[in-house]
Design a binder for this molecule. Structure first.
Ligand code: SF4
Ligand code: SF4
Length: 276
């Protein structure tokens, strides 16, 4: 079973939830798809032993064969190419690696070369995986794809998704059996939760909500969930003690076994949600 953990924005407790769930299950695979800011390792402290470079093909133009016709520029849907004074310029950061320009070039001037955009790192048995996108690289999808190629179908898999509702989130969510939406009881939290709910509904993925930093007098998330018949899997109270431990890289489950039981109950609810 593949369980995605998603939040509409960063800083809502997505990694706390996904890492706590992985820690509480024990035998599972944790995949940190938040490749711009992978934090799961801070808490789960894996012994990372394997590292794989992630490369993408980008076009390279042989100016000697290029006649400046501009066919490659016309076919590029991402404006990654321009012809200036008869010479082709490539803006490699916005290239989406579709290969259309090499197909469009009739003189054979375009060929593809590999560019490294980041790495995938794992422990020896691939129970922990994360990706890291190189600084300045804008497209994280190839790294998420590489991570998901290594999914172990025999174990529960926890995917810590990037925040938001962008293409990289869609890539992380694809083929997941369930999505846990993590949010906090603020107007921003509610706004972003609504966007995340619309996304997972559109993708047809069953989901439930975890309210982080829950308080008795801020019930906007609970009210929204009730109105929209959305199940709440758990509430994590607003707690100075939890925040202090978190700042030292300690999850609630690593500090208090009662939380392990609570996260195991969340997993049982997720299983029921998938089976329904
Ligand atoms: S399509 Fe080929 S020949 Fe035409 S401008 Fe592009 S690289 Fe040059
Ligand atoms: S590979 Fe695709 S996105 Fe990249 S420059 Fe060529 S046409 Fe544009």
């Amino acid at each position: 079973m593949k369980i995605a953990v998603l939040s509409g924005k960063g800083g809502t407790g997505k990694t706390t939830v996904s890492a706590s769930l992985a820690y509480s299950l024990g035998a599972c695979q944790y995949i940190d798809c938040d490749v711009e800011e992978p934090n799961g390792a801070i808490f789960l402290k894996p012994d990372l032993q394997e590292s794989y470079q992630v490369k993408v093909p980008v076009p390279e133009v042989d100016q000697a064969k290029c006649n400046g016709c501009g066919a490659c520029v016309k076919v590029c849907q991402f404006n990654a190419l321009a012809v200036i004074k008869g010479k082709v310029l490539l803006f490699s950061e916005i290239c989406h690696h579709c290969g259309a320009c090499s197909l469009a070039c009739q003189t054979g001037a375009v060929h593809e070369v590999d560019r490294i955009i980041g790495v995938v790192e794992t422990d020896q048995v691939q129970s922990f995986l994360h990706g890291r996108l190189n600084i300045g690289e804008p497209i994280s999808i190839p790294i998420i794809r590489e991570l998901k190629k290594r999914i172990n179908k025999d174990l529960p898999v926890i995917l810590d998704c990037p925040p938001g509702a962008s293409c990289s989130v869609v890539q992380s969510l694809e083929d997941c059996d369930y999505c846990i939406l993590v949010t906090e009881p603020t107007p921003f939290g509610l706004h972003d939760l609504k966007i995340a709910v619309a996304l997972v509904k559109k993708m047809g993925i069953p989901f439930g909500v975890i309210v982080n930093k829950a308080t008795e007098n801020q019930r906007m998330i609970q009210d929204f969930c009730k109105e929209n018949e959305i199940g709440i899997l758990m509430e994590i109270p607003f707690s100075r003690k939890i925040a202090e431990k978190y700042s030292k890289g300690i999850l609630p489950v690593q500090d208090n076994p009662e939380w392990i039981k609570r996260f195991q109950e969340v997993y049982a609810k997720v299983e029921r949600g998938v089976n329904q």
